[in-house]
Design a protein around this ligand. Structure first.
Ligand SMILES: Nc1ncnc2c1ncn2[C@@H]1O[C@H](COP(=O)(O)OP(=O)(O)OP(=O)(O)O)[C@@H](O)[C@H]1O
Length: 596
């Protein structure tokens, strides 16, 4: 960072030189202010030479006017230095956002670049001002009487050292604050972009809790910055106010050393009118603005961050879902809803999740869908997944818009109608007036809304379909029809959260949740005399060590050596690319061995 600053200044020698020259006026004015007052007293008013005294005061006033003009020029030179720096930053940030777009890019481009520009200008101003003022004042003290320096210099140095010691911790806290600021920006950006889906999935509370968490973290980070900023007050007192006190206390001794009353008054002017304000500005500027600039620049100039991996990450082949020791609780002090859950679902299998109300079924689907992150353990699932919640989301729009809402490219009408037919929504689409008909969500029954949502999920390019009581409002026959459609859907891993035991019986795998207990067993059709067992190898289910065999008796290898619970066929169906899972979807005859 220091190297970059030096290179930047070296690239603008003219602006730097002009800035230094105009700043010399400020140093000269500082020096003259104290010196002229000393002379006005010693050679003028105290010596009975009123005209001489007034003459020195007039010289000091003239210096103030001249310095004011110099300050105007200083601002121009600072702008000439800062604006190119800002342009360079904007270029860099835009390139970075184009190379690796992320949710915080807008925050960096607007908020942080402006912080950097303002902070850089402020920093140059205060640093330059302190250096030239301090030089003017210290030279003035030396010229008036070297003994004055003995009194002033030690506390000034101590104050500066104390201030310097706070810079690094303050910068670290500033960095944390900015990271929290970006997290808020990213979290809220994601939430605003997904409002429809959040509403559809009934995830308002979860999203609000996550947003509140990031806002709280930002507030805590800001408070920490403020606390450290408080230490600066001490530095100003030691470096700027203590010398004034010492000067007054040692005045008799200084006078005995031959320091004139005028020199004493001049020294007081240096301290109160020049050094103290310059130190205050420096501490304010470097302590807050400077560390903020340091942090912002470090972030802005950093190499493009790799995009965070999609959550959850991809499971090992041949699985569509892989959970390892997953624990989740709604809040740090809440009882876990899920406790050390292990679950491997091969691609193409059908998992039923059952359990009493409140046992964590929806929580599990939200974890697999990536809406929630586990407190401990690891959740991995194929990236293209569709979650259909119990509360089906239908919006005011045409039937087609509602059914193809999750399709990146609109499918052809015959494919949409075929999907509706398979899921059992064809009659509803006909009654509604066809694909072009406008839907009034309020006029639909809960079951009708679920049929539309199920058809939408069927058409969506997802290899993993999570039905969270998505057919709960349908009669058993219609639920069976829809489920059969998803089972026949190519390259689909199906997770069905169901209260009805019949739904569980149809699955290849059944996960029963109850309190923090869980049990994984084969579906009815796979229990040919074998005992179910827990996937973690514990519990009575494991006592005979029997594995739920596949229909052909084979036991496929698990990457980590455990026996997975394969459902359909000897080999789990290989994952296919997105477009293969989308329409047109050939009607596949349902597996005659499945009791559907
Ligand atoms: N956003 C939330 N904040 C706090 N607690 C929650 C939240 N969502 C769910 N819970 C609690 O977590 C537990 C599991 O809820 P979850 O909805 O996963 O259960 P479920 O088995 O799907 O229930 P149901 O069958 O009634 O839908 C319940 O005790 C529930 O009250």
């Amino acid at each position: 960072m220091r190297g970059r600053a030096v290179r930047f200044l070296a690239a603008h020698p003219r602006e730097v030189l002009l800035l230094a020259l105009w700043s010399l006026l400020e140093a000269g004015q500082t020096w003259l202010l104290g010196y002229a007052l000393a002379r006005a007293l010693d050679d003028g008013f105290l010596a009975g030479e009123r005209a001489v005294g007034l003459g020195w005061l007039a010289a000091a006033a003239g210096a103030v006017v001249l310095a004011a003009y110099g300050t105007g020029q200083v601002y121009r030179q600072v702008a000439a230095l800062v604006e190119p720096a800002r342009d360079a930053l904007v270029r860099r940030v835009v390139h970075r956002a184009l190379d690796a777009p992320d949710d915080a890019a807008v925050s960096r481009l607007t908020h942080q670049v402006e912080i950097a520009r303002d902070a850089l200008a402020g920093l140059i101003l205060v640093l330059r001002s302190f250096v030239f003022t301090a030089v003017g004042a210290l030279v003035g003290l030396l010229v008036l009487a070297p003994a004055l320096l003995l009194v002033v210099a030690p506390p000034l140095a101590a104050g500066l050292a104390l201030f310097a010691a706070t810079l690094r911790p303050l910068a670290r806290r500033q960095e944390r604050f900015l990271a929290a600021d970006e997290a808020v920006s990213a979290e809220l950006g994601r939430a605003v972009g997904a409002l429809r889906d959040i509403r559809a999935a009934g995830a308002e509370r979860t999203v609000a809790a996550a947003a509140a968490g990031t806002v709280d973290a930002e507030r805590a980070a800001a408070e920490s910055v403020a606390r450290w900023a408080g230490v600066r007050v001490l530095a100003v007192s030691v470096g700027g106010r203590l010398p004034i006190l010492l000067l007054l206390v040692t005045a008799p001794w200084l006078l005995r050393q031959g320091v004139s009353p005028g020199a004493l008054a001049g020294a007081l002017v240096y301290l109160t009118q020049s050094l103290l304000p310059a130190l205050q500005s420096l501490v304010e500027g470097l302590g807050v603005t400077g560390s903020r600039l340091f942090v912002v620049l470090r972030r802005l100039l950093a190499a493009p961050a790799l995009r965070p991996p999609a959550v959850p990450g991809a499971p090992p082949d041949p699985y569509a879902i892989s959970l390892k020791q997953v624990t989740f609780a709604y809040g740090p002090h809440a009882e876990p809803v899920l406790d050390r859950l292990d679950l491997d679902v091969p691609a193409g299998a059908h998992l039923a999740v059952t359990g009493p109300s409140g046992s964590g079924k929806s929580t599990l689907t939200a974890l697999v869908a990536g809406l929630l992150a586990p407190g401990a353990g690891e959740v991995r699932a194929v990236a293209d997944r569709v979650l259909v919640p119990q509360e089906a989301y239908v919006f005011s729009g045409t039937v087609r818009e509602n059914l193809t809402y999750l399709c990146p490219r609109p499918p052809a009408d015959p494919d949409v109608l075929a999907a509706a037919e398979r899921v059992g929504a064809a009659e509803l689409v006909r009654r509604a007036g066809g694909l072009d008909a406008a839907l009034d969500p309020g006029a639909l029954s809960a079951g009708e809304r679920q049929l539309l949502a199920l058809t939408r999920a069927y058409l969506a390019p997802g290899r993993l379909v999570l039905l969270d009581e998505a057919a709960s409002e349908l009669d058993p026959a219609a639920e069976l029809h829809a489920e059969r459609a998803f089972r026949a859907r190519p390259a689909t891993t199906l997770v069905v959260v169901a209260h009805r035991t019949a739904a569980a019986a149809r699955a290849d795998l059944v996960l029963e949740l109850d309190g923090m207990e869980w049990q994984l067993r084969a579906g009815e059709r796979h229990r040919n005399g074998t005992e179910p067992r827990r996937a973690d190898g514990q519990g009575p289910e494991h006592r005979n060590g029997a594995d739920p065999r596949q229909p052909d008796g084979q036991k496929p290898e698990h990457p980590d050596g455990r026996a997975p619970w394969h459902g359909k066929g000897a080999e789990p169906r290989q994952p296919t690319r997105n477009h293969e899972a989308r329409t047109p979807l050939p009607q596949r005859p349902s597996d005659p061995a499945l009791p559907l």
